[in-house]
Ligand binder design. Structure first.
Ligand code: PLP
Length: 429
């Protein structure tokens, strides 16, 4: 069925199309007589620019070692075994990259992608952010796009220069997240609901809410954009404080998996290795959606970027492969730190705005403030304490700031974090 909420997918630019054909033939081992593009890095392709390369693993958390090994393999592939890293490569990912991203969506999100479907239903992007922007910019001008009151600030920014109508749901009467009744009332035929889940900035996550939203949007022939880079950085949060438990995380991931299995046809799912593998500087994100949606995203990204960040894609793909095949557990290390950091904020009685449904995700906590968040963040910054005003996440003025739980490096006993929080506490008086 055609998706009325999407723009008609434009033709790919001729140069990008030609480059993609050349690269696909090369991947398949077919002869290529390449007159396609100004891919100047290819002039060096028969040379080896580094004779000597060795990286030995240093001191790091054990759970990160497999990611570090994948990183070194990626660097080798991009710059030592060949000089591919200096050349253009297809925006949207090579077929091999898309296959791995497709495996992620199959294994983690339960999307029933058939063998070979990755080619048309998956895209690899320079980070989840690029996927998110392209997913939103694919939406038809006459469509209503809805988001929860608290949500990722750049979405409101993209909405401000998009021609579609944007509406934020009211804050729910109880807790964080959103009310399904509000969504039912706001969603029109063919609307699109964006939400980050686990949520940046509030930490809210609930598979029941996401399932409810998916059902509401599917009934209206609309869609859900599920921005999910934080799926693996989640932990339990109840009256006793925050704690990480691997079984509980698995249950959470399994709970979400059933949603994509049932509603994937009306969903665009976005993710990346940034958070799960602590690799935000390697720009490697991925999305899955209907063919029309992916075609739109490809066209949008391909218009602005002649090439993917080739080295990032090669390295990111290695890291993703390690995550899928080698049982990388770097996220468990992060989640334990996150839980400890939230506990330290709680022990200090800081006025946090936290989800009340027993779960917490993402990498931030909202701090309630006595005055407007922007004024408060400004005053804190004069003392060297850097937070982010919550206003752009809320969509209007609000008495809150967002505290990142990961900007302070981790050392044994998390002493640096404690020092930072102690200073914040002292300043708040
Ligand atoms: C909700 C959400 N989506 C997407 C992104 C983009 O992340 P990346 O581009 O590193 O994958 C972020 C980054 O913080 C985010 O919070």
């Amino acid at each position: 069925m055609s998706k009325k909420y999407l723009k008609p997918a434009p033709e790919p630019p001729a140069i990008r199309d030609a480059m993609a054909k050349a690269s696909q033939r090369e991947e398949e081992g077919l002869p290529v007589y390449d007159f396609s593009s100004g891919n100047i890095g290819r002039l060096l392709m028969e040379y080896q620019i580094f004779d000597d390369f060795s990286l030995s693993l240093g001191q790091m958390p054990d759970t990160f070692r497999k990611v570090a090994r994948a990183l070194s393999e990626g660097i080798r592939e991009a710059f030592v075994d060949s000089v591919q890293g200096l050349a253009y490569s297809p925006t949207g990912g090579t077929e091999a990259h898309k296959r791995n991203a497709g495996r992620y969506f199959r294994q983690v999100h339960g999307v029933p992608l058939g063998e070979g479907e990755e080619s048309d239903k998956v895209i690899v992007t320079a980070g989840g952010q690029q996927a998110m922007a392209a997913a939103l910019r694919s939406i038809s001008p006459d469509v209503k796009v809805i988001a929860p009151r608290w949500d990722y600030a750049p979405v409101t920014g993209i909405a401000s220069d998009a021609s579609w109508e944007f509406e934020k749901l009211p804050p729910p009467k109880k807790g964080l997240g959103f009310s399904l009744n509000d969504l039912e009332e706001t969603a029109e035929e063919g609307s699109v609901f964006y939400n980050s889940m686990p949520n940046n900035p509030s930490g809210f996550l609930s598979s029941e809410k996401l399932r409810g939203a998916a059902e509401i949007m599917a009934e209206r022939d609309g869609a859900v954009i599920w921005d999910a880079p934080y799926l693996f950085t989640t932990f339990d949060l109840d009256g006793g404080g925050a704690s990480f438990d691997a079984d509980s995380l698995n249950e959470t991931v399994e709970g979400f998996k059933k949603i994509a299995r049932d509603y994937h046809e009306n969903m665009c799912i976005l993710s990346s290795i940034s958070k799960t593998c602590l690799a935000a500087g390697i720009r490697f994100g991925f999305a899955t959606a209907s063919e029309e949606w992916i075609q739109n995203m490809n066209a949008i990204i391909g218009r602005e970027n002649l090439s993917s960040p080739t080295a990032s894609f090669i390295i990111g793909d290695k890291i993703l492969q390690a995550f899928l095949d080698e049982d990388v557990k770097a996220h468990e290390w992060i989640s334990k730190i996150l839980a400890g950091r939230v506990n330290y904020l709680l022990e200090n009685d800081l006025p946090l705005i936290l989800p009340q449904n027993g779960k917490f995700g993402a990498l931030y906590a909202l701090l309630e403030t006595e005055k407007r968040g922007d004024e408060f963040a400004q005053e804190l910054s004069e003392e060297g304490i850097i937070s982010v005003t919550a206003e752009p996440f809320y969509g209007k003025s609000v008495n809150a700031v967002r505290l990142s739980l990961v900007a302070v490096p981790y050392v044994e006993g998390d002493k640096l974090w404690k020092e930072n929080v102690d200073t914040l506490k002292e300043t708040l008086g």
